[in-house]
Design a protein around this ligand. Structure first.
Ligand code: CP
Length: 310
């Protein structure tokens, strides 16, 4: 990291906007916060008096809860709105919703939305800091950062590793954030899956495409199967889940092509028996629940760093 480095971001919209120094710094701050979650009193006064609003227009278990836990562990006040509980159901636009939230003077808005680019749009209409908690098929920066943190914890480095991401690359914001983040930090990223689920030009993000799963996984340090995102598919892109599992699912046999110490990761939610078998999901190489635990630390770091700049 440069000696004169300073974190200067008011918003976190994507890993694309973060430099290697930013990523290193976020991971360091997250590591320093991680210990708070193992205390018997899991609370520090760092963000006392700050107001965090989460605006989730798509379902979420991990991201929404871990942002809320992160904010509460730093003593911020948290408030949550979901699609069902908001006046968006009465026809209020996203921009009007955000302007009305801003009028109540929150310090930060955490937003998930099905429309790619919607958090970027908000930042042009309101002054409040915005963290993107997943926008359509575009980016999921906090997931990419917690994945980097998890790999760094287990492998002590990112540079020179091989990450294989398998599955629905076209509709996955996690895939996009991880391709950008891991490539930026010096790893090589190979993507594989049905040709209908590999986006054109994915190489421009830094990935190598390999349609054979076994070849993609060969000598990988990290294997990351992804869920088929049916909620984002309008056309029939797969014959069936059964066929997908047979050709592209990760099981003990396919995993043999990876390095013996390869990590198995998954952002969740898992469709067991489709993109990976339960024995692999729960096996000794799986760090899936470490990813979830690190999600709290990464989100504590993001809230702390962004609010320090706001
Ligand atoms: N990984 C992830 O974004 O999970 P949720 O959809 O449950 O938040």
């Amino acid at each position: 990291m440069r000696p004169d480095y300073r974190f200067t971001h008011k918003h976190i919209l994507g890993i694309d906007h973060l430099s290697c120094d930013d990523i290193e710094h976020i991971l360091q701050v997250a590591e320093s916060f991680k210990e708070i979650s193992s205390r018997s009193i899991k609370k520090v006064p760092t963000l006392r008096g700050k107001t965090v609003v989460s605006l989730f227009f798509e379902p979420s278990t991990r991201t929404r809860l871990s942002f809320e836990i992160a904010a509460k562990r730093l003593s911020a006040d948290t408030f949550a709105i979901t699609t069902a509980s908001s006046s968006a159901t009465k026809g209020e636009s996203l921009i009007d919703t955000a302007k009305n939230l801003e009028a109540m003077n929150p310090d930060i808005i955490i937003m998930r939305n099905a429309i790619s680019g919607s958090p970027h749009l908000l930042t042009r209409h309101i002054k409040t800091s915005v963290i993107n908690a997943g926008d359509g098929t575009h980016e999921h920066p906090s997931q990419g950062l917690l994945d980097l943190m998890t790999v760094k914890e287990h492998k002590q480095r990112i540079k020179g590793l091989k990450l294989a991401i398998i599955g629905d690359i076209a509709h996955s914001r996690v895939a996009h954030s991880n391709i950008i983040g891991f490539s930026k930090m010096g790893a090589s990223v190979t993507v594989s899956g049905p040709a209908t689920l590999i986006p054109r030009n994915v190489e421009r993000l830094g990935a190598t495409v390999c349609l054979s799963v076994r070849e993609a996984i060969r000598d990988a340090d990290v294997v990351m199967p992804l869920r088929i995102q049916m909620e984002r598919q309008n056309d029939a892109l797969l014959p069936s889940f059964k066929e997908y599992a047979a050709f592209f699912g990760i099981n003990r046999q396919t995993l043999e092509a990876a390095r013996p110490d390869a990590l198995v990761m998954h952002p969740g939610p898992i469709n067991r028996g489709v993109e990976l078998t339960p024995d692999v999901a729960d096996g000794s190489r799986s760090v899936i629940l470490d990813q979830v635990a690190n999600g709290v630390a990464i989100r504590m770091a993001l809230l702390y760093l962004v609010l320090g700049n706001a």
